[in-house]
Design a protein around this ligand. Structure first.
Ligand code: CDP
Ligand code: CDP
Length: 235
C-alpha cells in the first residue's frame, strides 16, 4: 500500500508522515530530503563544475549552450550520486549529512535543482524502486500526481505561509541557526512559487487527494483526521 502526502514547505508533511508510519508500521520516505542531498552534492562540487551560479539562473524556457553545459554537469553528478537513507538518517557518499541538508543554504537552492528534468527522473526512479516491496508513506510535492498516481490514499496538506514560516523558524532557532523570520518567510514563498510553476511535476493537488488545511490544527488533530480517512477507505 502507498500513502502519498504532498504539500508546500512547513505544512506538516514529514512530522505527520513519520508518526503515521510508526503507528501503521509502514516505511517512511522523505523525498524532499533526496532533493536536498542532490543540492548538497551540487553545491559541494561547484568548485570543479562552477555550477552554483549557473543553476540559480537556469530557466527552462532558455535553451542555449550554457544550459546544455549545466545539464551535462548535472548528469555527471547524477551518474556518480551515492545517497543512502537508514533509519531516517541521510547519507551522501557514506557521510551522515542529515543536519547539513536542513541548513538555509540548501533551502535557498533546492527548488532550482529540483526543477531540472534529469534530477527528477533519477530521484523518481529511486523512489519507485525504494517502495517496491513495502507498505510506504512518501511525502513530497509530486507523489500523488507523478510518482504514485495510483496511490491508495492521497493527502494534500497546506497552511497559511506565515504560519508555515513561524513553524520552520522555531525549528531553526532551536538549532542555533542565524536566521530571521522574514528570511524564512521569503524563502518559503519563493519555493512555493518555483515548485508550483515549474514545468516538470509542479506542486499541485492531485484531483483525488484529500486536502487538509493545518493552519489552526495540531499535529495530533491532523494525524487523527488522516487515520479516519484511511479507515473509511479500507472499510
Ligand atoms: O521540508 P520542506 O518542506 O522545507 O522541504 P522538503 O520537503 O525538504 O523539500 C525541499 C524541496 O525539494 C522543495 O521545496 C521542492 O523544491 C523539492 N521537492 C520536489 O520537488 N519534489 C518532491 N517530491 C519533494 C521535494
Ligand atoms: O514536512 P513539512 O515541511 O511539510 O513540515 P514539517 O517539517 O513536518 O513541519 C514543520 C514544523 O511545523 C515542525 O516543527 C512541526 O512540528 C510543526 N507543525 C506544527 O506545529 N503543527 C502542525 N499542524 C504541523 C506541523
Amino acid at each position: 500500500m502507498i500513502i502519498a502526502i504532498d504539500g508546500p514547505a512547513g505544512s506538516g508533511k514529514s512530522t505527520i508522515a513519520k508518526k503515521l508510519a510508526e503507528e501503521l508500521d509502514f516505511v517512511y520516505l522523505d523525498t524532499g530530503a533526496m532533493y536536498r542531498l542532490v543540492t548538497l552534492k551540487a553545491l559541494n562540487e561547484k568548485v570543479s563544475f562552477n555550477l552554483l551560479k549557473n543553476i540559480i539562473n537556469l530557466s527552462e524556457s532558455k535553451n542555449n549552450n550554457s544550459d546544455f553545459e549545466i545539464i551535462q554537469n548535472m548528469k555527471k553528478i547524477l551518474e556518480n550520486l551515492n545517497i543512502d537513507i537508514k533509519k531516517n538518517r541521510f547519507f551522501l557518499d557514506e557521510i551522515d549529512v542529515s543536519d547539513e541538508i536542513r541548513k538555509p543554504v540548501i533551502s535557498e537552492n533546492v527548488s532550482n535543482i529540483a526543477k531540472i528534468k534529469e534530477v527528477r527522473e533519477k530521484l523518481v526512479d529511486l523512489q519507485r524502486k525504494f517502495s517496491k516491496s513495502e507498505n510506504v508513506i512518501l511525502d513530497g510535492r509530486d507523489i500523488g500526481t507523478v510518482v504514485f498516481p495510483n496511490a491508495e490514499l492521497k493527502i494534500f496538506l497546506m497552511a497559511d505561509a506565515m504560519e508555515r514560516a513561524k513553524r520552520r523558524y522555531k525549528e531553526l532557532v532551536l538549532k542555533n541557526e542565524d536566521v530571521t523570520l522574514d528570511e524564512i518567510y521569503k524563502n518559503i514563498v519563493e519555493r512555493d512559487k518555483i515548485d508550483s510553476t515549474r514545468k516538470e511535476s509542479p506542486l499541485v493537488k492531485a484531483q483525488d487527494a484529500v486536502e487538509i488545511d493545518t493552519t489552526f490544527k495540531t499535529i495530533e488533530e491532523v494525524k487523527e483526521e488522516i487515520e479516519k480517512i484511511l479507515k473509511n477507505k479500507i472499510k
